[in-house]
Design a protein around this ligand. Structure first.
Ligand code: 13P
Ligand code: SF4
Length: 335
């Protein structure tokens, strides 16, 4: 029923360069469900994906939940509606499975802020330090790390390391500073950041709070310190969502990527969620990388099983060790 594809178009799509036209009469939700069954594929989506993608996913979660799902699934194909480092993590954990990412260009400004060659030189200056890296990094950085963490388990991971062990934390300086305050550990930080979480305006959030005095401010720890200082609650995307479920406020100013508002609103239909404004008039609190994925690209990638994540086996094995360590510590901590 969809349009015939020329070889040239197929090749461009393989390289992730072309969002091919899809017959508008297709019911993409039904088609994606059909493809999941036919191909024994599981669709994992991050909370920052557009609402339609979240609604068709088998599992929606934060980075920790997604990597736990990727490690345990018995599907033949993992379709990752998220960004490149997330799909790469799934491939590292499940090398025998085909891992698909709807758009290979869906990168991450935070992961890009830590090129492995520069980080290797930085690390060499601190030979006694243990490297804890946030999962938002490339496989190259993971291979240079001792333990991976996510925003859900970072505190527990740091606390699992003996107090006298010096630590390098990479690549997010904001999460790193927040964790130094929370754990009292004096960590050396790599100077990276997320373009989305650094865009929020303290002034505009303060003005919003004046207009909504009863609203609680909830923020992701990738935000800068002045924003976190005024937050009533700081947590990972799953942490923020759970907070809104157990807390009794009726209104929230949500300082993170806007995608999470979809689940917050679904779980709490009687509450109001106000996205925190960026420091300009653009929609910069939408992650431009996450939002590269569309329902159409998702359908095409499942139909043609492209673009696929592939990885050098030596790199994969080196990158897997610190992720396994993270999953072990998280399981021990009941996360
Ligand atoms: P979590 O969903 O793990 O909190 O991470 C946020 C994020 O920025 C993902 O790219
Ligand atoms: Fe990367 Fe930030 Fe986008 Fe998350 S929100 S994928 S950290 S750029």
């Amino acid at each position: 029923m969809f349009m015939e594809l020329t070889e040239a178009k197929k090749n461009l799509q393989k390289k992730g360069f072309l969002d091919m036209e899809v017959d508008v009469r297709l019911d993409l939700f039904a088609e994606i469900e059909r493809l999941k069954k036919e191909k024994n594929a599981i669709l994992l989506a991050h909370y920052y994906q557009e609402p339609d993608i979240q609604d068709v996913a088998d599992y929606i979660g934060d980075s920790l939940g997604l990597s736990q799902q990727a490690a345990k699934t018995d599907a033949d194909i993992i379709v990752f509606a998220g960004v490149h480092f997330m799909a790469e993590t799934a491939k590292i954990l499940s090398p025998q499975k085909k891992v698909l990412l709807p758009d290979l260009k869906a990168g991450c400004s935070l992961a890009d802020s830590a090129p492995p060659d520069l980080f290797a030189r930085f690390k060499a200056q601190y030979p006694d330090h243990l490297v804890i890296s946030y999962i938002n990094c490339s496989a190259g950085i993971k291979a240079l790390s001792d333990i991976i963490c996510t925003s859900s388990n970072a505190e527990k991971i740091i606390e699992s390391v003996p107090k006298d062990q010096p630590i390098i934390f990479a690549p997010d300086r904001n999460l790193g500073s927040y964790l130094i305050k929370k754990t009292g550990r004096d960590m050396v930080l790599w100077n990276g950041a997320c373009m989305v979480h650094e865009i929020f305006s303290l002034e505009k959030i303060t003005k919003l709070k004046v207009r909504h005095p009863k609203a609680k401010i909830i923020a992701h720890p990738e935000c800068e310190a002045p924003i976190l200082a005024i937050a009533d609650f700081v947590g990972s995307t799953t942490g923020l969502l759970k907070f809104t479920q157990r807390d009794d406020a009726k209104e929230y100013i949500v300082v993170t990527e806007t995608g999470i508002l979809h689940q917050m609103q679904k779980e709490n239909p009687n509450k109001t969620f106000i996205p925190a404004p960026p420091n300009n008039a653009c929609a910069c609190n939408d992650c431009p990388h996450m939002k590269l994925n569309t329902l159409e690209k998702l359908y095409l990638c499942m139909e043609y099983e492209q673009p696929e994540i592939t990885m050098d086996e030596t790199l994969r094995i080196a990158a897997k060790r610190p992720i396994d360590r993270m999953l072990e510590i998280s399981a021990q901590a009941g996360l």
